[in-house]
Design a protein around this ligand. Structure first.
Ligand SMILES: NC(=O)c1ccc[n+]([C@@H]2O[C@H](COP(=O)([O-])OP(=O)(O)OC[C@H]3O[C@@H](n4cnc5c(N)ncnc54)[C@H](OP(=O)(O)O)[C@@H]3O)[C@@H](O)[C@H]2O)c1
Length: 279
């Protein structure tokens, strides 16, 4: 495993699993299986409604809490709720969160950010993150909030390497956690001929080449998978390295095109969308 040192000195594994779209049963099984196969970074969210299941998966794995880097995200409707962070910690069945994001840039984000800063000072949260924030709001957070974020989570993959965002992050010593690292499983991306060619050389799969490209680009990856074989393969990316020429070849597939961008209308809906019960 390779680690990224955050701007507060904490170390974060560069590869883990995400449990977006997984049912509680699937998330519990995926987290347990991932931890048993050596994964130490888990990404969930209030909005995935599987934080309790993630907590059960962690417990079932038998892996010590201090060995695991647990990441979750506050949902906009709880940004201003007094106990939101304590409730999140309780659902996860843990004493602290390694990295806590604001999930969406809704109008009330500043209140949510201050709540995370307070929890950070109290030791309940070990690092602060912003997810899906447009560059102007990210710059506002950097310039006006007391504590700088450590990590941003946003869409990134070879079709969309998030070049402008990465410039801002580089200038502020902040890490990028890439969501949709495999293009949400898009065959067109995974089967790009350049990956097949490089995969053959290293006896790896196309997905492993994409994930290795992320890590060498400085990105933390959290590929989603229900398939234990994929989960295992997605971490077997630290025993080889792409050459500068291969990194440059992969850079050519950049289309500057995202798969997903929340519209202002959708963000307005998120601001009032109450969470369902997390079982
Ligand atoms: N902050 C946000 O707003 C946000 C938004 C989206 C996602 N995320 C985070 O990012 C994580 C990843 O996103 P995602 O799961 O949507 O997209 P993804 O990781 O890019 O792609 C997942 C898809 O790739 C397939 N896959 C995984 N490993 C593979 C392999 N080795 N070979 C071939 N196919 C493989 C999976 O199928 P199988 O099940 O068959 O393996 C699944 O269909 C989420 O779980 C979540 O934690 C965050």
């Amino acid at each position: 495993m390779e680690y990224l040192t955050l701007n507060n000195g904490n170390k974060m594994p560069m590869a883990g699993i995400g449990v977006f779209t997984l049912t509680p049963e699937e998330a519990e099984a995926a987290v347990e299986s991932a931890l048993r196969s050596g994964v130490r970074l888990i990404d969930t969210a209030n909005g995935y409604m599987n934080e309790s299941a993630t907590g059960r998966g962690i417990k079932n794995s038998g892996v010590a809490r201090e060995e695991i880097f647990v990441v979750t995200k506050l949902w906009p409707t709880v940004y201003e709720r007094e106990n939101a962070i304590d409730e999140t910690i309780k659902r996860l069945g843990t004493d602290y969160i390694d990295l806590l994001f604001l999930h969406q840039p809704t109008d009330n984000w500043r209140a949510g950010y201050r709540a995370i800063e307070k929890a950070y000072k109290e030791g309940k949260v070990k690092a602060i993150g912003l997810s899906n924030f447009p560059n102007d709001l990210l710059k506002e957070a950097i310039n006006t909030m007391e504590i700088n974020p450590q990590v941003v989570q946003d869409e990134a993959h070879p079709y969309y390497p998030a070049t402008d965002l990465k410039e801002i992050l580089k200038g502020n010593d902040m890490g990028l956690m890439a969501w949709f690292p495999l293009g949400h499983g898009d065959k067109a991306l995974i089967e790009e001929p350049v990956f097949a060619k490089i995969a053959e050389k290293y006896a790896k799969s196309n997905a492993q080449i994409i994930l290795r490209w992320h890590v060498q680009s400085g990105n933390i990856v959290i590929p989603g998978s229900k398939n234990p074989e994929h989960i295992r393969d997605n971490f077997a990316i630290f025993d080889f390295a792409l050459t500068d020429e291969e990194m440059a070849e992969i850079a050519k597939v950049d289309k500057g095109a995202r798969y997903y961008q929340a519209s202002p209308e959708l963000l307005a809906r998120y601001a009032t969308m109450e969470l369902k019960e997390d079982l």
